[in-house]
Design a protein around this ligand. Structure first.
Ligand code: FPP
Length: 250
């Protein structure tokens, strides 16, 4: 894990301590399609509006002091959608790059991407590589975009890496620890999410960061992602701050 993070989790591990600002917030940005359909618009317009929400919430998270904001932008199961919708979503990183890069730089945001990026179309890969490269030296909030990401495949790729370490004699089966698995996940640089937000009224994880969310606090709202405001985000943070995290203690 990168040394830059102040990890409240470690501080509060023992018992019942009131939590502060979450270090890592994860968001399932749901409801774009319904937002558009409610207005008689094509679903893709909902995704375009959803991209605008990314900007306002990143700024707000940065202001609040969140250190990592992970957004579920495209899941490994989203390939089941109509091709036109997939093509549209996978063009959004290019739009994001052209419309957001100056603001990301001004706000000192570092963009990272996690998932099976190698299987994305070359134009998407190029856009994400460019935005990561251009923002690599920024040391403000990390905006971590989950693209072609699935929680189970994250664990599978981690186990393959660990298996290869065993095969090469770099570690022994009996020495495997939870930390060693965490260190092979796409999120190895980050602490586990403290808070998960899901918009649009759906109450499920949808294969998002299954290993990493073992002790995350969950907050759900009926608000559709394109309508999700900085006030809604502040409410989620405030609810989180009322929660007592016990990590299995009493
Ligand atoms: C879920 O809503 C949303 C998505 C599958 C895509 C989310 C993507 C963005 C908001 C933009 C990504 C931008 C970048 C820069 C990567 P849904 O379509 O499932 O909504 P519905 O449940 O109402 O149909």
């Amino acid at each position: 894990m990168l040394g830059r993070f102040f990890n409240h989790q470690k501080e509060t591990q023992a018992v019942d301590v009131k939590t502060d600002v979450p270090v890592h917030v994860a968001v399932i940005m749901d409801g774009n399609g319904r937002w558009a359909l409610k207005r008689g618009l094509p679903r893709n317009i909902g995704h375009r509006e959803g991209m605008k929400t990314i900007h306002s919430i990143t700024e707000s998270a940065n202001d609040i002091g969140v250190q990592v904001l992970t957004l579920f932008a495209f899941s490994s199961e989203n390939w089941l959608r109509p091709k036109t919708e997939i093509d549209f979503i996978l063009r959004l990183p290019e739009r994001f790059l052209s419309s957001e890069l100056p603001k990301l730089q001004a706000n000192n945001v570092q963009v990272r991407v996690m998932g099976a990026v190698e299987d994305l179309p070359s134009h998407t890969k190029k856009a994400v590589e460019t935005v990561m490269h251009e923002t690599a030296d920024n040391d403000g909030i990390i905006l971590n975009l989950a693209l072609n990401y699935g929680g189970r495949s994250d664990i599978v790729q981690a186990l393959k890496l660990l298996g290869s370490d065993i095969e090469q004699g770099r570690c022994q089966i009996e020495d495997i620890t939870e930390d060693m698995i965490s260190d092979k996940l796409y999120t190895s640089d980050f602490p586990d999410p403290d808070l998960l937000i899901r918009t649009s009224g759906e109450i499920r994880l949808s294969n998002f960061m299954l290993w990493q969310m073992a002790y995350s606090e969950f907050w759900f709202t009926d608000v559709l992602w394109p309508d999700f405001s900085t006030e809604d985000f502040a409410e989620a943070i405030s609810v989180f701050q009322q929660r007592k995290r016990r990590y299995g203690g009493v």
